[in-house]
Design a protein around this ligand. Structure first.
Ligand code: ZN
Length: 69
């Protein structure tokens, strides 16, 4: 399962409407509109995407297990 960086929805890679590789990382989208939004302004969505990975003390959360499954 992966998180759509645009709308925040958790989706299955196989069900994704689209994907994109940006700066070496692959992102999946629930709908074509989300992919278009990301292409238009990737930095905006990546900031929120990475903020979700950082805990209150500023450390990067160790949630790789969730991302692999
Ligand atoms: Zn979406």
């Amino acid at each position: 399962m992966v998180k759509d960086p645009v709308c925040g929805m958790t989706i299955n890679e196989k069900d994704a409407a689209g994907s994109i590789t940006y700066k070496g990382e692959k992102y999946f989208f629930c709908a074509p509109g989300c992919k278009i939004s990301f292409i238009k302004n990737p930095k905006k969505y990546l900031i929120e995407h990475y903020l979700n990975k950082i805990d209150k003390s500023g450390q990067l959360k160790n949630n790789r297990k969730d991302e692999e499954s």
